[in-house]
Design a protein around this ligand. Sequence first.
Ligand SMILES: *Cc1c(COP(=O)(O)O)cnc(C)c1O
Length: 345
Amino acid sequence: MDIRSLVKKEIASLKAYQAKEVSCRVKLDANESPYGFEEALMAVRQIRTNRYPDPEAKKLKAILAKGLGLSPEKLLQGNGSDELIYNLITTFGGPVLYPVPTFSMYGIIAQALGEEKREIPLDREFDIDLGKMETAVIKNKPKLVFLSSPNNPTGNCFSSERILRLVEISKGLVVVDEAYQPFSDGKGFVPLLKDYKNLVILRTLSKVGLAALRFGYLIAHEDIIREVNKVRLPFNVNALSQAVAVEALKKKTMLKEAILAITEERNRLLPAMERIRGVEPFPSEANFILFRVKDPKKVHAMLLNAGILVRDISDAVAGCLRVTVSTPKDNDLFLRGLGRIAKEL
Ligand SMILES: *Cc1c(COP(=O)(O)O)cnc(C)c1O
């Protein structure tokens, strides 16, 4: 029996998201934080394993809402923000519009759900090409526009004026994915929620030291939350993750210090990479740096050979690799490795 012949055609042509496990000494490929919150794991002791988790994640949402100065009714919990992208596209459907290169899940999920997707290249500065995006918004009438800002994998924030222009002309929702907002100087778009009913913000705990938990949240008008909540599976955030996240979020100073340590390292790493001949790093407001080299596949392989794993982005951005900012020690290992390889090439 040929199982593939049973599969829906949009799924048959889809490739599974590759989260390969490659063993290495220094892991700089997945935009994870080098700083974990293992003390918070104590919180799982309180859990009754026979009971379902809180379906509303009330405690966790209360802490997050308080930090944002919003009511918890404006938040929706997800098993990672990936799940919320899935829930948004399930609820509103397509067309789905986004600039490229960007986070691959917008396109993968749109295709998995059989929705039409429209991709518009970023401009030369990796900013939104406003003319082309405006035309696409008017012509294709997307139900959802996804804007990752800071953008993965380019690292820059899009111009706020351009984002707002798209929010203003769009008859659908504009989702600003702020997975990397904690590493940026800007305040993000939360303060603008009260002015724009079609603005949706995505946040996650994954990039700030809690990737193991799988927790993301959506911030939007209650009318949007109410609809998306209909497609959310009942107990989507497990009890262990809820308990550990609550405990970790209480350690505000530690969270802040970890983020500060990473942004300081990023600001040290960038000029140091610029000084290496044949390496062109791009400015970043995230916890990673995109950089161009002459032979990305070779540099990637040579770094891995030295025990250092970075992400090969060259299929999406010509000549480019992406490195996650880590501890001073790991960043030095990366810098030294890259410097040596650049000399050899
Ligand atoms: C990492 C990432 C996410 C995924 O976050 P999870 O909460 O771990 O699912 C979402 N958006 C962007 C742009 C990312 O880079």
